[in-house]
Design a protein around this ligand. Structure first.
Ligand code: ZN
Length: 240
């Protein structure tokens, strides 16, 4: 949307810019424009982006400076703008494992939630005040927390061992950060990353299916499902 602001200001002779000045702004200052229910959704979003730019920079002059800084060869550069306005945190050691090429977005999302211990595991729900019985749905023997579900549970360990061998992974120990560090410190293949993240996703999915649908899947069946999805992802991305 900011690109349209850039066009309005730096391409004043374009048909769209002339139309906006004639029929929308009607001689008024763009930097003072407000959202209006009588205007289109599109224009109101341009105005919202203008307000965002002003919030970030503090004044129209500085907003213009930012827009000029995001131009290369007289063209607007979205990447430069994105890099300028995004909030930058240092990269985490596991970013490549979780967000690397080929990972299914829902697998990446589940992986990110695991790394942040943000999944609604029973221990997390109990900390929020819910009165629940903490019992792992996978092994039905231990209490559930993120480390148990993915790395200490007998069901998970069995599956991770099986998939680990198939992927050629020599996981030193089944702990969250050891595995993340292993992936970060050595050159893992796409297949290994995709396979590992798919395993994490399907473990969480299996846990949920058991709790909410009462259906159980064996390690063998789940591993077949994981292998299939890994093959499909690799095929889809032209990877091997
Ligand atoms: Zn368990």
């Amino acid at each position: 949307m900011i690109k349209w602001i850039w066009k309005l200001l730096y391409r004043p002779q374009s048909i769209w810019s002339r139309w906006v000045h004639t029929y929308v702004l009607k001689g008024h200052d763009f930097w003072l424009a407000t959202t209006n229910i009588s205007q289109s959704w599109y224009w109101n979003n341009v105005v919202k982006m203008k307000n965002l730019l002003l919030d970030i920079t503090g004044s129209p002059a500085q907003a213009l400076q930012l827009l000029e800084g995001c131009s290369t060869n007289l063209m607007y550069n979205t990447r430069l703008m994105y890099d300028s306005v995004k909030f930058c945190n240092p990269k985490v050691s596991w970013h490549n494992l979780v967000h690397g090429k080929g990972c299914h977005p829902k697998h990446s999302f589940a992986g990110m939630m695991v790394m942040h211990n943000a999944l609604l595991t029973i221990d997390n729900l109990m900390r929020r005040g819910l009165a629940l019985v903490n019992r792992c749905a996978l092994c039905e023997a231990c209490s559930e927390d993120v480390h148990h579900i993915f790395f200490n549970c007998s069901y998970s360990t069995h599956l991770l061992n099986y998939i680990g061998i198939w992927l050629g992974l020599s996981l030193r120990s089944f702990s969250l950060f050891t595995i993340a560090q292993d992936f970060a410190s050595r050159r893992s293949t796409c297949r290994q990353r995709i396979g590992f993240m798919a395993t994490i996703y399907y473990l969480w999915n299996e846990r949920n299916v058991r709790i909410f649908k009462g259906v159980k899947c064996s390690v063998d069946t789940l591993s077949v499902k994981i292998k299939k999805i890994v093959h499909l992802r690799l095929y889809g991305f032209g990877l091997s």
